[in-house]
Design a protein around this ligand. Structure first.
Ligand SMILES: Nc1ncnc2c1ncn2[C@@H]1O[C@H](COP(=O)(O)OP(=O)(O)O)[C@@H](O)[C@H]1O
Ligand SMILES: O=P([O-])([O-])O[C@@H]1[C@@H](O)[C@H](O)[C@@H](O)[C@H](O)[C@@H]1O
Length: 353
């Protein structure tokens, strides 16, 4: 199975005179408040856009980021957001001790307790991009925003959470609606990738969607599965000591796009996604990637590309790439250095936050 990137979505803009910019990330930054046993245990910078840009910046992949925050935004970030002075920044509370939520997710229950403005088509630059990433967390991406993205980006990757989340009017609890009822369904034949967690995948028809685009379903410590037309395959995970699951799916998507920008096949790029996802769960908030680890990963990516150019038979063989990436991954900071741990969302006496 090769699962190469889908052909360019570009239709009406060639011939191009100006080279494309690389990656466009669209989604709001937010403030994350982690709560366990009734107490706030951490407050961190959140939002898929923050985790993804962290992966791309660390991997030297240039990106533009469109995000909106309120007057109270409190973090220094590399990619400045648009400030809506009358509004407050989007805030998510993540409860790690409420058991199973309405969608059967045992890890955490999310509540959006404040919402910044949506991102409008006019907020997005009129340039062209190789890859676009629609990665809203709090309902900030509108159908017309996604439409603009598919117009200006050769390939668009969408996190399903940007499309199917709805918020309880009383307490902001995140609920999910079926993708067909999301208001975005009519645009989905124009996207390249749709990423969903295994919980979110229950809200779409994978068998149908895989004929419209490449579908990637992440499954925590089990890695991920890719579906495209009549091909499907599981991409193996990396071992991790989970501290906090927040941002794993986002970093996964960042790693996938880094791999695609580097010219890897989809399964190889998804392996990079698994790598960045596994490192992220070992941290509270934004992971700081070890420079030696990043260099080793870059070297392995270049090696893999050369190898695949010489022999296409390597396309199907993940084991070797996985084996070579594993030691690189473990050269990063030891997770035991994290002061306190959330283990798979459950507290342990000596580890609880
Ligand atoms: N406990 C874990 N051990 C190793 N890898 C993990 C773990 N949790 C997540 N990952 C990696 O991160 C990816 C995304 O995590 P997942 O929990 O499925 O997404 P989300 O954060 O969207 O719920 C997984 O596909 C996997 O590669
Ligand atoms: O953990 P994950 O699903 O990849 O993504 C998370 C979102 O679901 C959450 O709404 C947001 O507050 C976090 O910062 C993070 O972006």
């Amino acid at each position: 199975m090769t699962l190469n990137p889908p052909p360019s979505q570009q239709t009406s803009h060639s011939p191009r005179r100006i080279p494309n910019r690389r990656v466009l990330i669209v989604g709001n930054y937010c403030h994350d408040v982690l709560i366990q046993n009734g107490s706030v245990v951490a407050e961190t910078l959140g939002g898929a856009a923050s985790f993804i840009s962290n992966v791309l910046d660390s991997s030297s992949v240039s990106c533009d980021l469109v995000s909106k925050v309120g007057h109270d935004f409190r973090y220094e970030v590399t990619h400045s957001p648009i400030v809506a002075p009358e509004k407050e920044t989007t805030v998510f509370e993540a409860y790690f001790d409420l058991g199973i939520d309405g969608i059967g997710h045992a890890d955490r229950v999310l509540k959006r307790v404040s919402a910044c403005d949506p991102i409008l088509p006019s907020d997005i630059p009129d340039s062209r991009f190789d890859f676009g990433m629609a990665v809203g967390v709090g309902g900030e991406i509108l159908p017309e925003t996604l439409e603009k993205m598919v117009e200006i980006c050769d390939v668009v990757a969408v996190d399903i959470q940007a499309l199917i989340r709805v918020f309880d009017p009383v307490d902001g609890a995140v609920k999910l609606v079926d993708l067909k009822e999301s208001g975005f369904y009519h645009i989905l034949h124009r996207i390249g990738f749709l990423k969903a967690s295994s919980d979110e995948a229950l809200f779409m028809d994978v068998e149908q969607m895989k004929h419209l685009c490449c579908v990637v379903v992440t499954n925590g410590e089990k890695g991920c599965r890719i579906y495209h037309k009549d091909d499907e395959m599981t991409v193996p995970p990396f071992l991790a000591k989970q501290v906090d699951p927040t941002g794993a799916g986002d970093s996964f998507l960042g790693g996938l796009i880094v791999g695609l920008v580097e010219g890897l096949t989809v399964p190889d790029a998804a392996l990079l996604g698994n790598l960045f996802g596994s490192i992220t769960v070992e941290h509270i908030g934004q992971p700081k990637f070890d420079l030696m680890m990043l260099q080793k990963v870059k070297d392995e990516v270049q090696r893999r590309k050369k190898q695949c150019n010489i022999s296409s038979s390597h396309n199907n063989d993940h084991n070797e790439f996985h084996e070579r990436l594993s030691p690189a991954r473990f050269s990063c900071v030891d997770s035991q250095l994290q002061p306190k741990l959330l283990v798979n969302g459950h507290s342990c006496d000596d580890r609880s936050l």
